[in-house]
Write a protein that binds this ligand. Structure first.
Ligand code: ACO
Ligand code: ZN
Length: 226
């Protein structure tokens, strides 16, 4: 919620001021009826979307002490595809993608991390690609680009103009805000590398992150270097 200059009078409510809900992560002003209403709505819809009831047929591609990773393919039963779409849209909302459809739904694979509380707390969409452009980390590397090349790349991050071979593109990766920095992102990417191509282990060079956000860039550069 945006900061407002609205004056708030402490009328002795039990809770007061900005608080973060421990189960949905929303930050809202306790004591403000409008905020509390918005929170109640968001809270319920979020929990409904990430709730995982369990499926008759689940393609479990990895198991951990604190959860498992399920792979959903485009031809899977409707309920599975629908759930995967729902979580992807949640991630897209947070990433600021508005109504962006998948570039090639029939080739995309969705990985869902389900935790021990039966909540889907991670989502990764991987697509088959042929070429990728490396994100340049160092300002020095970026200096090597000619001025007109820099101008052509208004993206958040400066990319190399030299295409490189890659096999798997990660078009989205998202972890529920309250579950970050627990290695869920890392484990989802590890799992993609092991399961994206049958019988094949992809190297870190063979995967590419598309248009990373600041979080995504920090994650990707850490992941790729180790
Ligand atoms: N700041 C600094 N370093 C980070 C951050 C961060 N925000 N996130 C991850 N890292 C680095 C750390 O070194 C971390 O290891 P550490 O915790 O031991 O220090 C390492 O990456 C591995 O992190 P994970 O715990 O595996 O990553 P996480 O489960 O938190 O997921 C993700 C990372 C997916 C980027 C999460 O922060 C997120 O969902 N953010 C919001 C959505 C988003 O921006 N997604 C990326 C979009 S780009 C794209 O989709 C291609
Ligand atoms: Zn909540």
């Amino acid at each position: 919620k945006q900061a407002t200059d609205q004056l708030i009078i402490d009328a002795g409510q039990k809770h007061f001021g900005a608080i973060a809900c421990k189960s949905c992560g929303m930050i809202y002003t306790a004591g403000s009826p409008e905020d509390e209403f918005q929170h109640t709505q968001y809270h319920q819809s979020l929990l409904d979307k990430i709730k995982f009831v369990g499926w008759k047929k689940e393609r479990v591609v990895a198991e951990y002490w604190d959860g498992k990773i399920i792979l959903v393919l485009p031809d899977d039963p409707k309920y599975a595809v629908k759930k995967a779409d729902e979580v992807r849209q949640l991630a897209d909302n947070e990433l600021g993608f508005k109504q962006v459809s998948l570039s090639c739904p029939s080739r995309s694979k969705t990985y869902l991390f389900v935790n021990s509380e039966k909540m889907i707390v991670g989502c990764l969409v991987a697509e088959q690609i042929k070429l990728a452009f490396r994100v340049l980390n160092e300002p020095a590397e970026q200096k090597e680009l000619k001025k007109h090349e820099l101008l052509e790349h208004h993206r958040a991050w400066c990319c190399s103009t030299k295409p490189e071979n890659a096999i798997c593109g990660i078009s989205r990766i998202w972890v529920f805000s309250l579950m970050r920095r627990k290695g869920i992102g890392r484990r989802m990417v590890d799992t993609v590398r092991n399961s994206f191509m049958y019988g094949c282990h992809l190297s870190k060079e063979e995967i590419a992150f598309s248009d990373p956000t600041p979080d995504g860039k920090l994650f990707a550069s850490n992941y790729c270097e180790t």
